[in-house]
Design a binder for this molecule. Structure first.
Ligand SMILES: Cc1cc2nc3c(=O)[nH]c(=O)nc-3n(C[C@H](O)[C@H](O)[C@H](O)COP(=O)(O)OP(=O)(O)OC[C@H]3O[C@@H](n4cnc5c(N)ncnc54)[C@H](O)[C@@H]3O)c2cc1C
Length: 494
């Protein structure tokens, strides 16, 4: 084994979160080693957000063309997957090559190492034959992988995860989707709009089970209108593959498809990271962190790994906090003032290093002025990019009631809003508001509609900044926008 090489910070896993942290710390002048075993950029650009949204863009174009009838004449639609696959290959992923991303990181001054990193004590990381010792700390951003349920027979079949679904060049005749969460529904609708016979099998009693029941209903109805068969409350017990098709068995029911896509959740793999060497329980589903992303002394974690929400915007938000906190830690170790301006007990103020004195514009909520921001997930937004889009922020009605909050709910149907009525075909949607009646503020909201994810932004501001409901009622909402329905929902709060 090689002698350990001393560097400032080691970042293990260069997905969305890790790459952001590693790049910004390198730009701040630290010696940063970034370790990635697969592709720099992680799941989002290669098998997640970006290619899936390109697929959705294409599928929605087909759906809009099919709505020409009755609105603007007639249109003949002949779906072709080839341009979608080409766009994903050429524009999104460079045929799953991360050269551009590696260059982006090294261009910021980072040192890139390809391989699997593993902790060996708080500040040592092994990768292949190399060992790095981190002077200031280690940041873990190793993300998650699909969590494949232990269903009898499944492991031996050539089932798909999101990777194969995104990489597909030629569509099958039929597709069975195990899991009716956000990813399952988005992909199911895409493939159905391209002519694939899609069946969704979901164990919970409704799809999109984490969102408001009204959202589940509308999403299910939209997918059914696209020809998707949806079966809820079905626990898959056995999977068989006969060489050409899959069958999922549940009691005396059976569902078949040429391909089987398993999207039943995701899981961090703590056991691979050597966390036992720092006394962390590796059997947990995620790596718990505090509000400054500390997992243990000298170890930070960022992104999906932390279990705070599997979204790119969470990884980026947490990355901002990690960057600020690591730089603060460096200053204090060098004996400079911490971010609140207090000189560290480790020495005088003389050691402040200008190289790390830069970027402090992290994400995170404002703590005391000048101090490192801390994470606040109250106004965590999430969007399922089905058509209609399902946008949500904060608590659902049920979550708020379970917390004993004095809840008021305001609901309005988008089809009865002026813009919804004008929009006509494809206008399904609603706004649902959840208010804390005692505080007089919104604590959650759902916005479903053709632009549900965009309309959501106003509601995120309201929840994030705790804007009084009385003020929201006296805002001016542009006519005739979809977001104007927020005013109707506010009027209906009771
Ligand atoms: C189909 C799909 C669609 C999605 N759509 C959206 C969306 O629309 N909006 C949104 O906000 N989010 C979306 N997401 C979620 C988003 O992709 C993730 O939240 C985001 O990628 C998380 O970033 P991360 O850095 O935490 O982890 P990842 O992107 O998973 O990156 C972790 C990296 O660590 C590497 N790694 C793991 N272990 C090691 C090790 N020991 N050593 C070295 N490297 C290691 C992995 O190879 C990987 O590259 C989607 C996900 C999927 C699957």
């Amino acid at each position: 084994m090689a002698e350990p090489e001393l560097v400032d910070v080691v970042v293990v896993g260069l997905g969305v979160g890790g790459e952001e942290v590693a790049g910004r710390l390198a730009e701040a002048g630290l010696t940063v080693v970034g370790i990635e075993r697969d592709l720099v950029g992680g799941e989002c650009p290669y098998w997640g957000c970006i290619p899936s949204k390109m697929m959705i863009r294409a599928a929605n174009a087909l759906a809009e063309a099919r709505r020409v009838d009755g609105l603007a004449g007639s249109a003949e639609v002949r779906p072709d997957w080839a341009p979608v696959a080409k766009r994903i290959r050429e524009e999104a992923t460079d045929t799953w090559d991360d050269k551009v991303a590696v260059d982006r990181f090294t261009g910021k001054g980072g040192r890139f190492v390809r391989g699997s990193g593993r902790l060996d004590g708080a500040n040592r990381v092994h990768v292949g034959d190399q060992v790095f010792e981190a002077r200031y700390g280690v940041v873990l951003g190793t993300g998650t992988r699909p969590s494949v349920p232990p269903i009898d027979g499944l492991a031996d079949t050539p089932y798909w995860t999101n990777h194969q679904a995104i990489e597909v060049e030629e569509l099958a005749d039929s597709l069975l989707v195990l899991g009716g969460g956000a990813i399952g529904l988005e992909l199911a609708q895409v493939f159905a709009r391209f002519g694939v016979r899609v069946t969704v099998v979901e164990a919970a009693d409704r799809v999109l089970a984490v969102e408001e029941p009204e959202a589940s209903e509308i999403a299910a109805a939209a997918l059914r209108a696209d020809g998707v068969e949806i079966h809820t409350g079905v626990r898959a017990e056995r999977v068989a593959h006969d060489g050409t098709s899959f069958t999922v068995h549940s009691g005396d029911r059976a569902f078949s498809g040429e391909k089987l896509l398993v999207v039943t959740g995701r899981k961090a793999h703590l056991e691979e990271l050597g966390l036992d060497s720092v006394g962390i329980d590796c059997t947990q589903r995620y790596l718990p962190v505090n509000e400054r992303m500390h997992a243990a002394e000298g170890i930070w974690a960022v992104g999906d790994l932390t279990g705070e929400g599997a979204f790119t915007h969470i990884a980026m938000y947490q990355a901002g906090i990690v960057v600020a906190d690591v730089l603060d830690h460096v200053r204090r170790m060098k004996g400079g003032p911490d971010a609140s301006g207090t000189a560290s007990v480790m020495g005088g103020a003389a050691g402040v290093v200008s190289a790390v004195g830069g970027s402090m514009s992290a994400g995170g909520s404002a703590a005391a002025p000048g101090s490192v921001p801390v994470a606040d997930y109250r106004a965590l937004p999430r969007v399922t990019f089905t058509d209609p889009e399902v946008g949500a922020v904060g608590l659902t009605e049920q979550q708020a009631r379970a917390r004993g909050i004095n809840v008021q709910v305001g609901y309005t149907d988008l089809t009865s809003s002026t813009r919804g009525w004008i929009h006509k075909a494809g206008n399904a949607g609603f706004i649902k508001l959840v208010a804390d009646a005692d505080q007089g503020v919104l604590i959650g909201a759902t916005s479903v509609g053709p632009a549900g994810g965009e309309v959501l932004s106003a509601l995120v501001v309201a929840v994030h900044a705790a804007v009084p409901v009385s003020q929201l009622r006296h805002m001016i909402y542009a006519y005739p926008t979809f977001h104007r329905a927020i005013e109707d929902a506010l009027r209906n709060l009771k």
